[in-house]
Design a protein around this ligand. Structure first.
Ligand SMILES: C[S@@+](CC[C@H](N)C(=O)[O-])C[C@H]1O[C@@H](n2cnc3c(N)ncnc32)[C@H](O)[C@@H]1O
Length: 204
């Protein structure tokens, strides 16, 4: 075990340098994407999910090749394994996840407080984390194993996804290494240092 800068205990990295999540597998289902309204927010949900420890996203709603291609491109450039797919039926996406043994976590301001249920959620090996766009159908609340609120205040699917993943992974997501990246950033106190593959430092 190691200790991260915040003093949180985190397991050592696995051989790929990925986050050890005790075998946990997390997919984010973005419900009800609307091409005209949600392009940016849906992209940000996907990118936040990728950066903060999820293993993939499923896009639901209007099929949007631009969003899907954009997220795939980021994953290809910045590394790591991240599955990106589209499913026209959210019912099917939830049924398939359940069949594969996943518990369904629906993020909603109406749910139970994240701080009260996260312990129970962490015990699950596979999760489908559902975030909405417009009005979320009532059946999603009923089908979910957990309806989870990141505060009882209305805010954003990006914020809810990020904070939920952080609570779930307890900071280990911050240690994640992205394998086979074409670009990687070297953290610096000031300035920008980006390493390209094959390793070539580019300093601006
Ligand atoms: C902008 S909200 C729209 C909610 C929608 N108007 C409704 O009635 O369900 C989009 C999504 O952000 C997430 N969200 C917003 N606030 C949240 C909160 N306090 N806790 C958890 N998730 C939240 C939910 O997944 C929600 O479906």
């Amino acid at each position: 075990m190691g200790e991260n800068p915040q003093g949180r205990i985190c397991p050592l990295r696995n051989i790929n340098g990925g986050v050890l999540k005790a075998g946990m597998h997390v997919t984010v289902l973005r419900l009800g994407h609307r091409k005209n309204r949600d392009k940016r927010v849906t992209t940000h949900v996907c990118l936040a999910a990728r950066a903060l420890g999820a293993d993939g996203v499923v896009l639901n709603g209007e099929e949007d090749d631009v969003v899907l291609a954009g997220v795939r491109k980021v994953a290809d450039t910045w590394g790591g394994k991240f599955a990106v797919s589209y499913e026209a039926s959210w019912r099917k996406a939830i049924a398939k996840a359940k069949k594969n043994g996943a518990s369904v976590v629906h993020l909603t301001m109406y749910g139970e407080r994240v701080q009260d249920v996260i312990g129970a959620v962490r015990k699950k090996k596979r999760l489908l984390v559902v975030v909405g766009a417009g009005k979320v159908p009532g059946d999603v609340y009923r089908l979910a194993d957990f309806n989870v609120a990141v505060t009882g205040q209305p805010h954003s699917e990006v914020a809810a996804t990020a904070i939920f993943l952080h609570e779930l992974l307890q900071g280990r997501e911050l240690e994640r290494k992205f394998t086979s990246a074409k670009l990687a950033i070297v953290p610096q106190k000031s300035g920008k240092k980006v390493v390209c593959r094959p390793l070539r430092a580019r300093k601006n």
